[in-house]
Ligand binder design. Structure first.
Ligand SMILES: [Ca+2]
Ligand SMILES: [Ca+2]
Length: 183
């Protein structure tokens, strides 16, 4: 059983970061849309190698996600399939699936616009605003997850990430890693 609290966190990620076209399920089209959204955010034109790299990574993530989560093989990952997959993850978070590791790194690198190995509040909230979240709320979320520090390192990010998907503690700093302050 997944608690309501964890379910709300999982559905936030599902709705905002994966079901980009708000169809109610995740499929390959959402990943095409995510690649376009990110290219627009970073100002990459079609044909830019960075665009191609981001697109290829997103497609790898989709193939990995679908392979594991799409139990009924309808080429869509439903909210229920999504929640069961993350529940499996939470039982053994030290052995993530390849796509989960890849996605964590992808988001961190996307947020680390200056590529200095850590993210700050502006980098964090700019990416989340491009996904439709309230930028001010994302800034507050950053303060909560960084416990008032101005930067979050890659090592800290991975720990916070794990906490997001596993913790039942409503005060855990990892709860804020996807830009929302309340569940
Ligand atoms: Ca969709
Ligand atoms: Ca399915």
């Amino acid at each position: 059983m997944v608690s309501d609290f964890r379910k709300k966190k999982l559905l936030h990620v599902f709705n905002v970061f994966f079901d980009i076209n708000r169809s109610g399920t995740i499929d390959q089209k959402d990943f095409e849309d995510a690649a376009s959204k990110i290219a627009q955010l970073r100002g990459w034109k079609a044909g830019d190698p960075k665009y191609k790299e981001a697109h290829d990574t997103l497609m790898k993530i989709w193939v990995g996600l679908q392979g594991k989560a799409d139990k009924d093989q309808d080429n869509q990952v439903s909210a229920d399939e999504w929640i069961s997959m993350w529940d499996e993850y939470a039982k053994n978070p030290s052995s993530p699936l390849d796509w989960q590791t890849l996605y964590c790194k992808f988001i961190f690198e996307l947020e680390d616009a200056s590529s200095d190995g850590s993210i700050d509040s502006d980098e964090f909230s700019t990416v989340y605003a491009s996904f439709g979240l309230d930028q001010q709320e994302s800034k507050t979320a950053f303060q909560k997850m960084s416990k008032g520090n101005s930067n979050v390192s890659w090592a800290q990010f991975q720990e916070l990430w794990r906490e997001y998907f596993t913790s039942e503690d409503t005060n855990a700093p990892g709860n804020f890693i996807f830009g929302k302050t309340q569940y």
